[in-house]
Design a protein around this ligand. Sequence first.
Ligand code: PLP
Length: 371
Amino acid sequence: MATTFYPPQRTLMGPGPSDVSPRVLAALGRPTIGHLDPEFVTLMDEIKGLLQMAFQTDNQLTIPISAPGSAGMEACFVNLLAPGDKAIVCQNGVFGGRMKENVERCGATAIMVEDDWGTPVSVDKVSAAFAAHPDAKVLAFVHAETSTGVESDAAALCKIAADNNALSIMDAVTSLGGIELKVDEWGADAVYSGSQKCLSCVPGISPVTFSPKAVEAIQNRQHKVQSWFLDMQLVMGYWGGDSKRAYHHTAPVNAMYALHESLLMLEEEGLDLAFERHMFHHEALVKGLEAMGLNMLVDQSCRLPQLNLVQIPEGIEDAAVRSALLSQYDLEIGAGLGAFVGKAWRIGLMGQACYQENVLLCLSALDNVLA
Ligand code: PLP
């Protein structure tokens, strides 16, 4: 017979979810109230303000979507593309491929700009793609590729999109709260993230933000958004600016308490200090790994501090090491994906998982398992 589930106490140093602080878990356990309760509406407004702080934006349409990062991704594509449109999609890892799927499911054409896994998106190739396709309506790229641990030059990519009268769609699932992300300064038009990475909240919520230019494009659509749930014009009726909130869907009320608390923690620490903390512990981890004779696979110039791609030494079996770390140390690290299956581990230092204890645990556990 099934009984109450008590999860093991793991340390989450993979590609996400990351460790959730007891403070956020306590918020999650508070009494559920109605999703139109005035107290909840007040909380929604605070969440919107805190998300503006995290995204560094004044965008009015800055809200959490009640579904995981993939839904945030889909929300950006279905609201900004219509059948017959063209979108330039950059792929240098797993998630550019998912973007292509989204473009095609909107009935639009994806012009692919491909770069090797483990390298950033080439700004020159994107410029060349716009020269060949000046009618492209959207440029989509991943800021922080979780599948490889690579950061692309989001500021430059948003600028190319703006210079070509296209809207930029940026995947910031792994970047939000971990590295600099300046939505307004960079002129990004539609940005989505996830709750479970550097925000260290429970999985299942996708913060999104849309620029006034993106909102105008949504309002001027001639073609109905094919997704009812993700149609931003409908979602705005619930999350919108005025005090009249209409039922759209039942928000995951307790998960929103958790998101609110995780954003408060980020605000209390301050964005700059959070970014410095990620870089500091990343550098310590890299030094330790290199001292053990392990190699980092991504060039230092574009390494993400929050996701570290480490080469698996010759003769070492990937799965055996990860499963020993899990069973002996309750430590989760990630497997390689795509071009890096069996060749690399992905060690996450995201949000609450990015502290000295975790770096030391990871280094000593890996050293013992590899010995
Ligand atoms: N984009 C990136 C860069 C991701 O890392 C992920 C998840 O790992 C996603 C999108 C999809 O997010 P979710 O798994 O929350 O749907």
